[in-house]
Design a protein around this ligand. Sequence first.
Ligand code: PMP
Length: 336
Amino acid sequence: MTAPDAQSNTLALIGNTPLVLLKGPSAAAGCEIWGKCEFANPGASVKDRAALWIIRDAEARGELGPGGTVVEGTAGNTGIGIALVANARGYKTIIVMPDNQSKEKMDTLRALGAELVLVPPTKFADPAHFVHTSRRLAEETEGAVWANQFDNIANRKAHIESTAPEIWQQMGGRIDGFTCAAGTGGTIAGVGMGLQAFDENIRIALTDPHGAALYNYYACGELSAEGSSVAEGIGQGRITANLDGAPIDTQFRISDEEGLEWVARLLREEGLCLGLSSGINVAGAVALGKQLVAEGRKDARVATILCDTGFRYLSTIYNADWLAAKGLPVFDWLKQ
Ligand code: PMP
């Protein structure tokens, strides 16, 4: 006999992550704020889901077969998810990544057996951009597919078919709002579409970091950015295929300082060690909760995504020298 949660296939460990009530954010918002624990995936981020759906889709279309290679351009987490899924399916992995991402992600990708190609960060219009470099590498490599997470909608399908139904079920069908930031946009678009298929009144909010163009796009129709952010994996300057048609009802812009404050509070008060995009998401969820409460919905329930583990950022947001060099406040307990 095996327990009901025993799995016969390692890939079945992706998804079905826990949902947790966040006490500090709920108190700040005046209503319930829930976090979807995506750091509990095997690759420790929300991107395992996209990796699995993209690889299954390429297999189903006959583009990926035995001995094949998956090539992708990524800030890191998608690469980690792809490397794990590819290993489990018998494929090689080539990952192209900007060289300003955390060292932990680079070390992790190498440890998982991925071939890592580092390129200097540059604007999307530059042919040397990591996304274009990865597409060219895929074209030049025999038996390779390009995962193309930004414009391959198998990415958001992962969230329509898994993340959204899980949240709906875990919240017993009582959810009033959902928000998260966008990198590819797969999570916000897919969860938004999936939740509104259950109940079109669920308010879907985009939470944007500074330096990204989506806040202005959804607020006034113009793709333009202000300021900058050190958050990895989020911040988009264009409407990707995954974002196209996303049901965004409202939007918030959150500073790194505010996101870091929630990262610190979630760690010290709730025992969750998370990356900065999770802190920004929680700040957005508090803003959305406050908005619903101000409209008289005192029993509102809001969900957001806890995207990845903070262990991936020990050399950045959990490092006093790094924070100080970026002009960001240093967590109290790191000052020693
Ligand atoms: N947070 C982190 C840490 C990520 O790596 C990503 C993926 N780029 C996201 C959030 C955003 O997810 P998505 O690509 O689905 O918009």
